[in-house]
Design a protein around this ligand. Structure first.
Ligand code: SAJ
Length: 425
């Protein structure tokens, strides 16, 4: 029997689009989140963040929203979409996931399908989720309860790919759970759903795809550091290599790797493999390269300041862009914070401005941020900054611009007498 009621636990960048697409496909949807402020916004059909797809679906949604976990007992399928961050020592933090499992456990009944969408390393479902559910219910996974893992693939801010059209993989604890999960995702996603051979394989797919991205970015970052010594423009070289129609996938250097996926997921695999006797030297090295890019970027700025006999200490520096990537309001693990902290450690007076992140902006506008600044670091090139007119900086007596994602027009600055500092160009 096709499940008609689903509950989505965790209404962030992953859970809310999922709840709304299921609602659109005809399911009765109960959205659950512990953040009552978010629930109140959703009850008024207000979008708690800038996701365009959510803004399209929310007004017509019939989903109900609540902070009450007990409502899961009204659903046949419960999907858990809570964060799986790392702590300050880059160790996986599964507390949000285990807390969510404990929250729903008292209300689980025989026949319930629980799907974990959160990004987790192989082994988490069988070694953490199963015991947590079984210890907090008198139910057994695989006989009373069905468990599946369908790793999320949301790409925040992507104008093309969204929860309704991104292919997915699914793995489960047993054939019945696999079939149930496969049926659900096939009903709501207009793209292929691939059944994996085990729940571990499904867990591995996500950490592998994001580690793939991290190591490729690290390759671009190492090239940037090398080519900055060789006087070669790394962006032009990567663009050149990208003309090869096969066996090359362009990734680009930048001021660092942020977000809740790419700089986080590799650590889940690294730590789990370490516990099982294998050291991921390559993944670890890629993480080290990417983690040093904020410092490398600031080193290039110091060189440019020295070239103008300007001391960093006491100099006004503006940092534009706090989000971890352009045109979104998510600033988790953003390299901008590392840039800002490093500049302050070197004695600079730092002003910050991001129209998407007023909470971490010291200035109220672009002009307010750059006035009296000797240098401007465009850490995250929101469209507002990409259209940045070099003349506005020249008029504001700015002498150096740092292009944290190699997104600006170099000549438009150099032709006005400003020093342009790219990342490897
Ligand atoms: N970055 C680089 N160089 C690149 C690409 C990204 O330095 O060539 C930096 C960005 O500035 C950002 C960080 O890496 O700080 C992450 O960027 P991202 O484009 O990977 O954005 P995310 O974190 O939103 O990644 C998501 C991921 N999606 C899921 O995990 C479901 C990732 O798997 C996707 O590959 C990625 O979107 C995407 O392709 O855009």
């Amino acid at each position: 029997m096709k499940t008609k009621t689903i509950a989505v636990v965790g209404l962030g960048y992953v859970g809310l689009p999922l709840a709304l697409i299921a609602d659109e496909k005809g399911y009765d949807v109960i959205g659950i989140d512990t953040n009552t402020e978010k629930i109140n916004l959703l009850l008024e059909h207000k979008n708690p963040f800038t996701d365009r797809h959510v803004s399209q679906l929310l007004p017509g949604s019939k989903a109900t929203f609540s902070a009450d976990c007990s409502l899961v007992e009204q659903a046949e399928t419960i999907i858990v979409c809570v964060p799986t961050p790392i702590d300050h020592k880059q160790m996986p933090n599964l507390k949000p996931l285990t807390d969510a499992c404990k929250c729903i456990a008292p209300y689980l009944k025989p026949g319930h399908l629980v799907v974990i969408e959160s990004t987790i390393n192989p082994g988490v479902c069988e070694e953490i989720v199963v015991p947590t559910l079984e210890e907090n219910t008198n139910l057994k996974v695989g006989t009373d309860l069905y468990l599946a893992h369908c790793p999320e693939r949301i790409n925040p801010g992507d104008p093309k790919w969204h929860v309704g059209n991104i292919p997915r993989v699914v793995g489960a604890s047993d054939p019945i759970a696999l079939e149930k999960a496969f049926e659900f995702y096939t009903a709501i996603v207009e793209a292929p759903i691939k059944k994996m051979g085990s729940i571990k394989e499904a867990e591995a797919v996500k950490v592998v795809e994001n580690s793939f991205r991290d190591i490729n970015i690290a390759f671009a970052n190492e090239l940037a550091m090398s080519f900055s010594k060789l006087g070669i423009d790394v962006k032009n070289v990567i663009d050149g290599a990208a003309t090869k129609p096969f066996a090359f996938m362009a990734h680009y250097p930048s001021r660092g790797v942020g977000g809740h996926c790419i700089p986080v997921d590799p650590y889940y695999l690294i730590e789990y493999a370490k516990k099982n006797g294998f050291h991921h030297d390559f993944l670890s090295r890629a993480r080290r390269i990417n983690s040093q890019m904020p410092e490398f970027t600031i080193q290039q700025l110091v060189k440019a300041l020295n070239g103008r006999k300007i001391a960093m200490n006491g100099t006004n520096i503006a940092v534009l862009g706090i989000s971890y990537k352009p045109d979104i309001d998510d600033y988790r693990e953003s390299p901008s914070f590392h840039l800002i902290n490093h500049l302050k450690e070197l004695g600079a007076n730092v002003s910050t401005y991001d129209p998407y992140v007023p909470k971490h902006s010291t200035a109220s506008s672009f002009e307010d941020a750059v006035k009296n600044a000797k240098a401007v670091v465009v850490a995250t090139p929101h469209k507002e900054f990409k259209d940045l007119c070099a003349q506005r900086l020249a008029d504001a007596s700015v002498e150096i611009v740092v292009d944290g994602m190699n997104a600006l027009n170099k000549e438009s600055f150099t032709s006005r007498g400003l020093d342009y500092v790219g990342v490897g160009r």
